[in-house]
Design a protein. Structure first.
Length: 155
């Protein structure tokens, strides 16, 4: 595995900043890191069998997937396919202080959908709380380094 594909769902750009931080910080671990906004993606975006996937999603509204990730999220239900070849991780951003009942819901929803189609999550979902006082880019990149080490040792 020498490619990491990071699919980004965001409303304000925070999830994109996290993905870019991972792309800059983890090139010593993975030779090719592609950051792709989810705009217009469908379930066939997961067809590459020789890469690792990372969902990086903020949360919108009542624990929903951001608008630019809605088509991909819906297509996982509308166009179901066997994703048993997919190995993935999830970074879920949210604000526990303001939305404790729906905290990090966007990423968690993607995780449920992918798991339901047979994809295999590596490790636990990383959640970042916007009300926690830490930078999501810094925390996300640090988590991704550990996650990538685990993912590559279990390949």
């Amino acid at each position: 595995m020498n490619t990491l594909k990071i699919f980004v769902a965001t409303m304000t750009g925070t999830a994109e900043y996290v993905a870019q931080a991972i792309q800059m910080d983890c090139t010593d671990l993975v030779s090719n890191i592609e950051v792709t906004m989810m705009d217009g993606l469908k379930s066939d975006a997961f067809e590459d069998r020789d890469c690792l996937y990372l969902i990086c999603s903020s949360t919108y509204g009542a624990g929903d997937v951001p608008d630019n990730g809605a088509a991909l999220y819906a297509s996982l239900d509308d166009e179901p396919r066997d994703l048993s070849h997919v190995r993935y991780g999830v970074i879920a951003l949210g604000d526990f202080g303001s939305y404790p009942n729906t905290f990090a819901g966007g990423g968690k929803r993607f995780d449920e959908r992918l798991e339901g189609l047979g994809a295999k999550r590596i490790g636990e979902i990383f959640t970042h709380d916007a009300s926690g006082g830490t930078m999501p880019e810094t925390d996300g990149a640090a988590w991704a380094r550990e996650w990538l080490s685990t993912a590559m040792s279990t390949a």
